[in-house]
Design a protein around this ligand. Structure first.
Ligand SMILES: [Zn+2]
Length: 464
């Protein structure tokens, strides 16, 4: 038996490699052809056209112009007046959100979530950290209680996590993600949605995810119903010959960080390792990309983050929220967390000249399309169940009908398939019987409105 083991592992590894290949941008279209592409909403499609590489370039240049945005850098009134340090960055982001709000008749509520972080590993003294965000309140009283959120971190660093004075341009990491939040706010604030959208920028990421942790805990404590978090970190499309500007990686956790022991048992028993709410969100991003024909295709990476690395979406995962990370296809480590310098002919530093504004604009369009699609859709069906009282080869699903949904759709896939390959309209009902065995496929149900906006799919719990 022992002798057979390495071979088995090798087989699994090669299967995973093959599966990995199937997720590539080129073949993603192919694996999902059976799934009908949604019809684009003309209003959303028009808003996406307003995403501007020129605005993105100007905003990113402004952020880099603050010299350093290290969380430990200056935030006193003199530094803010001089336009240097993280305090100046915070005030500018706030003023931008306020400007967008004036342009839409005060449609955005701009808030600053400030707190004092006590000394820790990368925080030598008590430090004020501020998250800046804008809320586009939903128009439907019930649906507005649900929130979709886009975030990026506006703090930066160079080679030394404690260097509060030296240049830390952070053009890619993560002015790029910050401008995605800003640009989504600018273009989507011109529309109205039943659901609520939050455009967030956080600080403290480089010191230990401090800003996002504070925000996610606050959201949990206040009972906010956050359906989706899109974290953009390093989406600058670093200009190198190996870069693929047609692809953005979307990372999602498999087994939820916040799962209880009972939930973990259920995941093990039912083969639910690839159906966390974050994974469903990642698949949804893939569908949105096809519906709107975005110029950047998500490469779904079924992993929390890059190998042994982390980011702000994890703070939300820890509080039980669905959250994914967008990152460019290929990172250049000479252009992240580096002092600006030239050594042996190699240029180091996270400078504006290495980022690609057209690419950031494409990523912003994919984010905006996802936020808009979710905020336009009815709530996901509640209390989705798969009946298991009798042993039978058909599969019966039930759920609570909600008044806002015009109908429902059952989606399914083989257990080894990465994405929802099949769907079937179920009408305005709260029960559907499928001619497929629950043993062999994974089912989920989602809600649709009259225009075809789709909610996130919900995987059923067994009803005994
Ligand atoms: Zn980052």
């Amino acid at each position: 038996m022992l002798a057979g083991r390495p071979l088995k592992l090798w087989k699994i590894a090669s299967l995973m490699l093959m599966l990995g290949g199937a997720f590539s941008a080129q073949s993603q279209e192919r694996v999902s052809l059976k799934f009908p592409a949604g019809q684009p909403d003309p209003q959303i499609a028009a808003a996406l056209k307003n995403v501007s590489p020129a605005t993105i370039e100007s905003n990113l240049g402004k952020l880099v112009g603050f010299g350093t945005r290290l969380t430990l850098s200056a935030q006193d009134p003199e530094a803010i007046a001089a336009g240097q340090g993280i305090g100046a960055a915070r005030e500018w982001i706030k003023s931008e959100f306020e400007r967008y709000s004036r342009e839409c008749g005060g449609c955005l509520e701009v808030r600053v979530d400030s707190f004092t972080e006590q000394p820790a590993d990368r925080i030598p003294q008590a430090t004020q950290i501020s998250n800046v965000y804008a809320i586009l309140q939903g128009t439907d009283p019930e649906r507005a209680k649900s929130i979709v959120l886009v975030t990026g971190h506006y703090d930066s660093r160079n080679s030394d996590t404690f260097d509060s004075k030296g240049a830390a341009p952070g053009a890619n990491d993560d002015a790029s993600g910050t401008v995605v939040s800003l640009e989504c706010a600018r273009v989507l604030s011109k529309l109205k949605f039943p659901g609520t959208i939050i455009f967030l920028t956080v600080a403290g990421e480089e010191q230990g995810l401090n800003g996002s942790q504070h925000f996610a805990k606050m959201a949990k404590q206040q009972g906010w119903n956050i359906e989706a978090v899109l974290n953009n970190d390093i989406v600058g499309g670093n200009r190198s010959p190996e870069q693929d500007t047609g692809v953005v990686r979307v990372f999602s956790e498999g087994v939820p960080a916040a799962a209880t022991e009972q939930q973990l048992r259920m995941i093990r028993n039912l083969g639910g390792e690839s159906d966390s709410p974050s994974r469903e969100l990642a698949r949804y991003v893939g569908e949105v990309s096809r519906t709107y024909g975005t110029q950047v295709n998500p490469l779904l990476v079924f992993r929390l983050d890059r190998y042994l690395r982390g980011g702000d979406h994890y703070s939300f995962n820890q509080q039980g929220f669905a959250a994914v990370r967008f990152t460019e296809y290929r990172e250049d480590y000479n252009h992240q967390h580096q002092n600006v310098r030239t050594e042996n002919g190699i240029e180091y530093g996270d400078l504006t000249k290495f980022v690609n504004y057209e690419y950031i604009a494409r990523v912003a369009q994919l984010n905006a399309a996802t936020l808009a699609s979710l905020a336009a859709a009815p709530a996901p069906p509640a209390n989705v169940r798969l009946l298991t009282k009798n042993l039978e080869n058909d599969s019966t699903l039930t759920w609570d009908a909600s008044p806002e949904a015009a109908g429902y759709e059952v989606v399914w896939r083989d257990t080894s398939s990465p994405v929802w390959d099949h769907s079937q309209a179920a009408g305005k009902v709260s029960r559907a019987t499928m001619k497929y065995s629950k043993d062999n496929v994974i089912f989920a149900v989602r809600a649709l409105d009259a225009e075809g906006h789709r909610s996130l799919p919900v995987v059923p719990s067994p009803e005994r």
